[in-house]
Design a protein around this ligand. Structure first.
Ligand code: FAD
Ligand code: NAP
Length: 534
């Protein structure tokens, strides 16, 4: 009989987890507390309890070729950086294509998940759910927790003395939806993550003045990279990854910072941090420098304290008549339905093998999917995690011993602490290529570049020098997809399709330089070469 798996949540991680269960012959039941799929990517005017909430304008900062599921490319006419509504569309066509909806029980909250008395023998769980106020209990052989980590607002009010007497409005970025109601106001946005960046840029178009307050500054990346290609497609290549980890890190940081400073000098814009560019989660914002250049956003240091109407900053400057404060201070996460003995979270720190498996369980029948903060997209990583977890549930792959897992966890923590500045938001950082390769190795789906160079050099070139797109993990091994090679070889076509919306072939064919002038130019060049070489 097929093993029964409870999937908690029907967002980006939950949907792909259902599919992975089906691929491995397991029987999934997905519980989703709201009435729809998409999780964070389903925009609603009013934030819902227990589900992530986004602003109306959110455009993703990972490009479509890098964020898609590995056996289902995003349609070629979809933009590279999609609006949230388009992302939800993609999830809908994915769910429809693989017939996933019938496995989801909507409006069903998972209340508690407890080990059964015979857990050490069976690895089974009692799952209590609630639908329309009615509780139900069911037994499952395994659990995939896909509840996300951008739901619980982190609002550090205690760090901001005087906020309790502040007479204006203040709220967390989770509650921000639209700029219109803030027209003409003086606003402080606290925090320079991607939320702080997006929200200050958007507000600056209608507000009287926006102040962006940051305690340590930030490097700012652009979605649009060289020649107009998406930055993650240009930067996430196996070739560059080898360079990154071969060359001294100070040189790699210096080169990247040089490039960023050539776009705009981070010191002149008040943004230059003390830390190096690869020591923080990337902040991607194409418009922020423009808004600073036009004076509609002013970068300020941390707020020391608030008065009833003003903010006093750590450099002693004061901004009077503040109407609104937006705390774009990030998120914390928890698993209230699990016992601490299963997964313990303390200040955003959690001890999971490869960020997925609790190392101390007698049976490996629970996996946390999507609990990572990648330098890249979450979706394909959740997919690899779920592919691996479902094979472990099925019993065809095994985890190492608890002590080996703990050793790996400790090493990862040490490496993270070394690379990243200490912050609540740097507890789940993974490097896209290194981490996906690590998972792929466990699964047996990592492409062998060297043998590929011998057998299929055209493909090997694209796999090594081109973007490390998720299709690479469908070329070989369990879950191999026959369309993977073609998807890789056509990825640049899908990238340029949505921007080449005006046919310029006719113009390109018609040269503006007459033939006689070209010939004349050639003769001049040849004569110059002849003259100067003697
Ligand atoms: P979620 O999307 O949060 O889905 C979790 C689901 O679980 C929800 O549907 C929720 O209702 C359900 N649920 C929770 N608890 C229960 C329960 N007890 N019982 C039943 N159901 C439950 N990531 C990227 O890769 N690229 C980006 O550019 C990017 N942009 C982002 C922009 C913003 C503003 C934010 C806040 C995050 C962004 N992220 C981005 C990260 C984002 O978290 C992921 O893209 C993605 O949404 C993670 O999917 P998930 O399924 O793991 O979690
Ligand atoms: P975040 O990345 O955690 O950033 C939080 C910011 O708040 C950081 O600058 C942090 O500073 C600051 N902060 C936290 N506590 C503070 C305190 N006590 N005092 C002063 N500053 C404090 O949160 P986020 O920006 O909401 O992003 C969450 C996730 O969503 C990220 O993965 C992000 O990439 C994603 N996102 C994506 C988009 C997009 O795709 N367009 C938009 C928004 C968000 P320190 O660094 O000093 O701790």
């Amino acid at each position: 009989m097929a093993k029964r798996v409870a999937v908690i949540g029907a967002g980006a991680s939950g949907l792909v987890s259902i599919k992975c269960c089906l691929d491995e012959g397991l029987e999934p039941t997905c519980f989703e507390r709201t009435d729809d799929i998409g999780g964070l990517w389903k925009f609603k005017e009013v934030p819902e309890d227990g589900r992530a909430s986004i602003y109306r304008s959110v455009i993703i900062n990972t490009s479509k070729e890098m964020m898609c599921y590995s056996d289902f490319p995003i349609p070629d006419d979809y933009p590279n950086y999609m609006h949230n509504s388009k992302i939800l569309d993609y999830f809908r066509i994915y769910a429809k294509h693989f017939n996933l909806l019938k496995y989801i029980r909507f409006k069903t909250l998972v209340h508690s998940i407890r080990k059964r008395p015979d857990f050490s023998l069976t690895g089974q769980w009692d799952v209590i759910t609630e639908t329309d106020g009615k509780q139900e209990s069911a037994i499952f052989d395994a659990i995939l927790v896909c509840t996300g980590h951008h739901t619980d607002a982190y609002l550090p009010l205690a760090s901001f003395p005087g906020i309790e007497t502040f007479k204006g409005q203040y709220f967390h970025s989770r509650d921000y939806k639209d700029p219109e109601e803030f027209r003409g106001k003086r606003i402080i946005v606290i925090g320079i993550g991607n939320s702080g960046g997006d929200i200050s840029v958007e507000l600056s178009r209608t507000a009287q003045q926006v102040f962006l307050s940051t305690r340590r500054g930030s490097w700012i990346l652009n979605r649009v990279s060289d020649y107009g290609y998406p930055i993650d497609m240009m930067g996430s290549t196996r070739f560059l990854n080898v360079m990154k980890y071969t060359l001294p890190s100070s040189l790699v940081n210096w080169l990247a910072e040089l490039k960023l400073n050539r776009r705009f000098d981070h010191a002149n814009y008040g943004l230059k941090p003390q830390h190096r560019v690869f020591s923080q989660h990337p902040m991607v914002n194409d418009d922020l420098p423009n808004r600073i250049l036009s004076g509609t956003v002013l970068v300020k240091p941390n707020v020391k304290k608030f008065t009833e109407t003003a903010a006093i900053f750590e450099d002693g400057t004061v901004e009077e008549n503040i109407d609104v404060v937006v705390f774009a201070t990030g998120y914390s996460f928890a698993f209230p339905f699990l016992e601490e003995s299963t997964v313990k979270v303390h200040n955003n720190h959690v001890s999971l093998y490869k960020y997925i498996f609790p190392p101390d369980l007698e049976k490996s029948t629970v996996a946390i999917i999507g609990l990572i903060q990648p330098l890249g997209a979450i979706m394909p990583i959740s997919e690899l995690q779920a592919r691996w977890a479902t094979r472990i549930f099925k019993g065809v792959t095994k985890l190492p011993t608890a002590s080996n897992m703990k050793y790996d966890i400790a090493q990862k923590k040490e490496a993270m602490n070394k690379q990243y500045v200490t912050s609540n938001r740097h507890t789940l950082q993974v490097d896209y290529i290194n981490y996906t390769d690590e998972l792929a190795m466990q699964l047996g789906v990592k492409p062998n570049i060297w043998s590929l160079f011998l057998t299929d050099p055209k493909l090997a070139r694209e796999v090594f020098f081109g973007p490390c797109t998720p299709y690479q993990f469908r070329l070989t091994g369990p879950g191999k997809w026959s369309g993977a090679r073609q998807a890789i070889l056509t990825q640049w076509n899908r990238t340029v399709k949505p921007t080449r919306t005006r046919d310029i072939a006719n113009y390109l064919n018609r040269s503006s330089v007459p033939v006689w002038l070209k010939l004349f130019g050639l003769i001049v060049l040849f004569a110059a070469w002849y003259f100067f070489s003697f």
